[in-house]
Design a protein around this ligand. Structure first.
Ligand SMILES: NC(=O)c1ccc[n+]([C@@H]2O[C@H](COP(=O)([O-])OP(=O)(O)OC[C@H]3O[C@@H](n4cnc5c(N)ncnc54)[C@H](O)[C@@H]3O)[C@@H](O)[C@H]2O)c1
Ligand SMILES: O=C(O)C[C@H](O)C(=O)O
Length: 340
């Protein structure tokens, strides 16, 4: 055989053996709010994920354009756009993972809780549809206030008798992404090597980065440095809201963080061992019913909610200080779901 033919035959074989060896299960991912500031770049990143075979893009407006655009990318995921409530069921059917970045973002001067009145209703309706059309999907909740929208989702699923605490996640990955970036900059270590757990919730002081457990460890940081890093991580969302000056909140870094978390869920579903990410989940780590901590992901979603490990005195104080606000936000979500 001519060398060029031999080369192309072996390339073909390699490609074939790669695709059959990959043997990944078919996975459908739905994004609700796919035409928004987070939704669009997140759709792009999920289209690039080789673990996704079907990508369902849903929004109340704008999805035909986003879906047509993303669908031209030469990656395996098949893309479909769905627009308006009468197409929501079709968008959701058969989904393994539903990612929810639907709802309004903050403007300068607002807290995440100021979004509650609009976003609580949106999340409630979307979760009612999830319970009906894809009750076994893992739900990745991005819509704010996460400290309340996750409890709302849990109550809606309980009412529909589909609730399984292993399948509901508040996405707090952006807090981890920020903590890693800020720590690497201050400790002068390569950012790609850094890990920092972030626990608690996803708003202001409820965001508690555990820099005492950061790796690679360093003794180059003073107590003042740790305090400043903690505050910057807690205020990371506000930093972006102010810089965007009325044009919304974090979208690109959030899309990245959402894609990281969804990829971890996909790997867990596919049986890849030792997948650990921080997430806001039903929890017994503290006395609060929901709490963000390290979570081991598996074939059914949450495999194990991991404990907090050893905390510094500063972190212990932060933990006690966050409980009141987090408890109130959780209770607000539960009350809304049961009264509306
Ligand atoms: N968890 C986090 O770390 C994190 C980070 C950033 C932003 N957020 C939150 O994510 C949400 C979205 O932010 P954004 O910047 O993408 O906002 P955006 O306004 O740019 O996009 C939101 C999208 O949701 C859509 N939408 C509204 N109602 C809907 C419904 N009923 N069904 C489906 N889609 C609907 C809108 O049409 C829009 O396309 C906000 O609540 C924001 O606070 C969370
Ligand atoms: O800050 C916001 O309102 C959006 C998001 O929760 C973030 O942390 O960037």
């Amino acid at each position: 055989m001519r060398p060029s033919l031999m080369r192309s035959a072996s390339q073909l074989l390699r490609r074939r053996s790669y695709s059959s060896a990959s043997g990944q299960p078919e996975r459908k991912v739905a994004i609700l709010g796919a035409a928004g500031g987070i939704g669009q770049p997140l759709s792009l990143l999920m289209k690039l994920n080789p673990l996704v075979s079907s990508l369902s893009l849903y929004d109340i407006a704008g999805t035909p354009g986003v879906a047509a655009d993303v669908s031209h990318i030469n990656s395996p995921a098949q893309v479909k756009g769905f627009m308006g409530e009468d197409q929501l069921g079709e968008a959701l059917k058969g989904s393994d993972i539903v990612i929810i970045p639907a709802g309004v973002p903050r403007k300068p001067g607002m807290t995440r809780d100021d979004l509650f009145n609009i976003n609580a209703g949106i999340v409630k309706n979307l979760c009612t549809a999830i319970a009906k059309y894809c009750p076994y999907a893992l739900v990745n909740m991005i819509s704010n206030p996460v400290n309340s929208t996750v409890p709302i989702a849990a109550e809606i699923f309980k009412k529909a008798r589909t609730y399984d605490e292993k399948r509901l996640f508040g996405v707090t990955t952006l807090d981890v992404v920020r903590a890693k970036t800020f720590y690497a900059g201050k400790a002068n270590v390569p950012v790609t090597d850094v890990n920092v757990p972030v626990v608690g919730g996803h708003a202001g002081i409820t965001i508690l980065p555990l820099f005492s457990q950061a790796t690679p460890a360093t003794n180059a940081l003073s107590d003042e440095d740790i305090k400043a890093l903690t505050k910057r991580t807690q205020d990371g969302g506000t930093e972006v809201v102010e810089a965007k000056a009325g044009k919304g909140s974090a979208t690109l870094s959030m899309a990245y963080a959402g894609a990281v978390f969804a990829n971890a869920c996909l790997k867990g579903l596919n049986g890849v061992p030792d997948i650990i990410e921080c997430s806001f989940v039903q929890s017994t780590v503290t006395e609060l019913p929901f709490f963000a901590s390290k979570v081991k992901l598996g074939k059914n979603g949450v495999e194990e909610v991991l404990g907090l490990g050893e905390l510094s005195d500063f972190e212990k104080e932060g933990l006690e200080n966050l409980k009141g606000e987090l408890k109130a936000s959780i209770e607000k979500g539960i009350k809304f779901a049961n009264e509306n």
